[in-house]
Write a protein that binds this ligand. Sequence first.
Ligand SMILES: O=c1ccn([C@H]2C[C@H](O)[C@@H](CO)O2)c(=O)[nH]1
Ligand SMILES: [Zn+2]
Length: 162
Amino acid sequence: MADKTHSISAEDREKLIKVAFEAKEGTYSPYSKFAVGAALLALDGHIIKGANIENASYGGTICAERTAIVKAVSEGVRRFKALAVVTNVPSSISPCGMCRQVLREFCSNDMDIFLVPGDYPRPLKENERPEQGYIEGGARKTNLAELLPDSFGPEHLELPRA
Ligand SMILES: O=c1ccn([C@H]2C[C@H](O)[C@@H](CO)O2)c(=O)[nH]1
Ligand SMILES: [Zn+2]
Protein backbone atom coordinates (compact mmCIF):
# COMPACT_ATOMS: atom_id res chain seq x y z
CA MET A 1 0.00 0.00 0.00
CA ALA A 2 1.09 3.57 -0.60
CA ASP A 3 3.27 5.20 2.06
CA LYS A 4 1.18 7.55 4.17
CA THR A 5 3.80 10.16 5.07
CA HIS A 6 3.11 12.45 2.11
CA SER A 7 -0.62 11.82 1.83
CA ILE A 8 -2.91 14.69 0.96
CA SER A 9 -5.97 15.36 3.13
CA ALA A 10 -9.31 13.65 2.51
CA GLU A 11 -10.72 17.05 1.60
CA ASP A 12 -8.02 17.68 -1.03
CA ARG A 13 -8.49 14.17 -2.37
CA GLU A 14 -12.25 14.59 -2.83
CA LYS A 15 -11.71 17.93 -4.61
CA LEU A 16 -9.09 16.37 -6.88
CA ILE A 17 -11.37 13.46 -7.76
CA LYS A 18 -14.22 15.87 -8.52
CA VAL A 19 -11.94 17.84 -10.88
CA ALA A 20 -10.78 14.60 -12.55
CA PHE A 21 -14.42 13.83 -13.37
CA GLU A 22 -14.74 17.33 -14.86
CA ALA A 23 -11.52 16.78 -16.82
CA LYS A 24 -12.98 13.63 -18.36
CA GLU A 25 -15.53 15.84 -20.15
CA GLY A 26 -12.64 17.02 -22.34
CA THR A 27 -12.02 13.55 -23.77
CA TYR A 28 -11.73 13.03 -27.52
CA SER A 29 -12.13 9.26 -27.71
CA PRO A 30 -14.30 8.40 -30.73
CA TYR A 31 -12.29 5.23 -31.46
CA SER A 32 -12.06 3.48 -28.09
CA LYS A 33 -15.05 5.22 -26.51
CA PHE A 34 -13.00 4.90 -23.34
CA ALA A 35 -13.07 8.31 -21.68
CA VAL A 36 -10.35 9.16 -19.17
CA GLY A 37 -9.86 12.24 -17.01
CA ALA A 38 -6.85 13.20 -14.93
CA ALA A 39 -6.32 15.92 -12.34
CA LEU A 40 -2.88 16.87 -11.10
CA LEU A 41 -2.51 18.78 -7.84
CA ALA A 42 0.44 21.16 -8.09
CA LEU A 43 2.63 21.97 -5.09
CA ASP A 44 1.10 25.46 -4.89
CA GLY A 45 -2.42 23.95 -4.64
CA HIS A 46 -3.76 24.56 -8.11
CA ILE A 47 -5.13 21.73 -10.23
CA ILE A 48 -4.30 20.95 -13.86
CA LYS A 49 -6.79 18.89 -15.86
CA GLY A 50 -6.12 16.38 -18.63
CA ALA A 51 -8.20 14.10 -20.84
CA ASN A 52 -7.30 11.41 -23.38
CA ILE A 53 -7.03 12.72 -26.92
CA GLU A 54 -7.20 10.02 -29.56
CA ASN A 55 -6.02 10.09 -33.15
CA ALA A 56 -7.14 8.41 -36.38
CA SER A 57 -3.66 6.88 -36.56
CA TYR A 58 -4.40 5.32 -33.15
CA GLY A 59 -0.68 5.49 -32.26
CA GLY A 60 -0.88 9.27 -31.98
CA THR A 61 -3.25 8.98 -29.03
CA ILE A 62 -2.27 10.82 -25.85
CA CYS A 63 -3.52 9.57 -22.50
CA ALA A 64 -5.21 11.78 -19.94
CA GLU A 65 -2.25 11.53 -17.55
CA ARG A 66 0.24 12.73 -20.14
CA THR A 67 -2.09 15.50 -21.29
CA ALA A 68 -2.17 16.83 -17.72
CA ILE A 69 1.59 16.55 -17.15
CA VAL A 70 2.47 18.16 -20.48
CA LYS A 71 0.01 21.01 -19.93
CA ALA A 72 1.49 21.67 -16.48
CA VAL A 73 5.17 21.42 -17.37
CA SER A 74 4.77 23.54 -20.48
CA GLU A 75 3.31 26.27 -18.25
CA GLY A 76 6.25 26.05 -15.85
CA VAL A 77 4.60 23.83 -13.23
CA ARG A 78 6.89 20.92 -12.44
CA ARG A 79 6.20 19.87 -8.87
CA PHE A 80 3.12 17.96 -7.83
CA LYS A 81 1.41 16.61 -4.72
CA ALA A 82 -1.12 14.16 -6.12
CA LEU A 83 -2.82 12.76 -9.22
CA ALA A 84 -6.33 11.39 -9.70
CA VAL A 85 -7.35 9.36 -12.78
CA VAL A 86 -10.98 8.52 -13.56
CA THR A 87 -12.72 6.55 -16.31
CA ASN A 88 -16.24 5.51 -17.23
CA VAL A 89 -15.74 1.90 -16.18
CA PRO A 90 -16.80 0.58 -12.77
CA SER A 91 -13.32 -0.40 -11.60
CA SER A 92 -10.11 1.54 -11.08
CA ILE A 93 -7.87 1.66 -14.15
CA SER A 94 -4.11 1.86 -13.87
CA PRO A 95 -1.92 4.16 -16.03
CA CYS A 96 -0.21 2.69 -19.10
CA GLY A 97 3.53 2.08 -19.10
CA MET A 98 4.33 5.19 -21.12
CA CYS A 99 2.44 7.43 -18.69
CA ARG A 100 4.15 5.82 -15.71
CA GLN A 101 7.54 6.71 -17.20
CA VAL A 102 6.45 10.28 -17.96
CA LEU A 103 5.11 10.68 -14.41
CA ARG A 104 8.45 9.32 -13.14
CA GLU A 105 10.20 12.34 -14.59
CA PHE A 106 8.30 14.84 -12.42
CA CYS A 107 6.67 13.01 -9.50
CA SER A 108 8.20 11.47 -6.40
CA ASN A 109 7.96 7.76 -5.72
CA ASP A 110 5.56 8.32 -2.81
CA MET A 111 3.26 10.94 -4.38
CA ASP A 112 -0.40 9.93 -3.97
CA ILE A 113 -2.02 8.55 -7.10
CA PHE A 114 -5.76 7.85 -6.91
CA LEU A 115 -7.27 5.47 -9.47
CA VAL A 116 -10.97 6.15 -9.46
CA PRO A 117 -13.80 4.03 -10.87
CA GLY A 118 -16.48 5.70 -12.98
CA ASP A 119 -19.16 4.86 -10.41
CA TYR A 120 -17.26 6.50 -7.52
CA PRO A 121 -18.30 6.77 -4.73
CA ARG A 122 -19.65 3.31 -4.08
CA PRO A 123 -19.05 0.48 -1.59
CA LEU A 124 -15.90 -1.60 -2.04
CA LYS A 125 -16.32 -4.79 -4.06
CA GLU A 126 -15.24 -8.12 -2.64
CA ASN A 127 -11.96 -8.17 -4.61
CA GLU A 128 -11.08 -4.56 -3.65
CA ARG A 129 -9.16 -5.02 -0.42
CA PRO A 130 -7.83 -2.18 1.76
CA GLU A 131 -4.41 -3.87 1.88
CA GLN A 132 -4.23 -3.35 -1.91
CA GLY A 133 -4.80 0.35 -1.39
CA TYR A 134 -8.57 0.50 -1.89
CA ILE A 135 -10.15 3.30 0.10
CA GLU A 136 -13.67 4.42 0.93
CA GLY A 137 -15.70 5.06 -2.24
CA GLY A 138 -13.94 2.40 -4.33
CA ALA A 139 -10.84 4.35 -5.41
CA ARG A 140 -7.40 2.79 -5.16
CA LYS A 141 -4.58 4.77 -3.63
CA THR A 142 -1.18 3.95 -5.00
CA ASN A 143 2.10 5.64 -6.03
CA LEU A 144 4.99 5.31 -8.48
CA ALA A 145 6.99 3.07 -6.16
CA GLU A 146 4.21 0.53 -6.63
CA LEU A 147 3.35 1.25 -10.26
CA LEU A 148 6.90 1.54 -11.60
CA PRO A 149 9.41 -0.20 -9.32
CA ASP A 150 13.13 -0.19 -10.18
CA SER A 151 12.54 2.65 -12.60
CA PHE A 152 15.01 4.52 -14.77
CA GLY A 153 15.06 8.25 -14.12
CA PRO A 154 16.93 11.53 -14.68
CA GLU A 155 19.47 10.82 -11.91
CA HIS A 156 20.80 7.82 -13.81
CA LEU A 157 21.86 10.09 -16.66
CA GLU A 158 24.10 11.90 -14.17
CA LEU A 159 26.20 8.79 -13.57
CA PRO A 160 29.76 8.82 -14.92
CA ARG A 161 30.18 6.87 -18.15
CA ALA A 162 32.54 3.90 -18.05
O1 LIG B 1 -4.58 5.16 -17.93
C1 LIG B 1 -5.08 5.32 -19.07
C2 LIG B 1 -5.48 4.25 -19.88
C3 LIG B 1 -6.01 4.54 -21.12
N1 LIG B 1 -6.14 5.81 -21.54
C4 LIG B 1 -6.76 6.11 -22.83
C5 LIG B 1 -5.91 5.94 -24.05
C6 LIG B 1 -6.96 5.65 -25.11
O2 LIG B 1 -7.52 6.88 -25.58
C7 LIG B 1 -8.04 4.91 -24.37
C8 LIG B 1 -8.00 3.41 -24.55
O3 LIG B 1 -6.72 2.93 -24.31
O4 LIG B 1 -7.87 5.24 -23.01
C9 LIG B 1 -5.77 6.88 -20.75
O5 LIG B 1 -5.94 8.04 -21.11
N2 LIG B 1 -5.22 6.59 -19.55
ZN1 LIG C 1 -1.00 6.31 -20.67
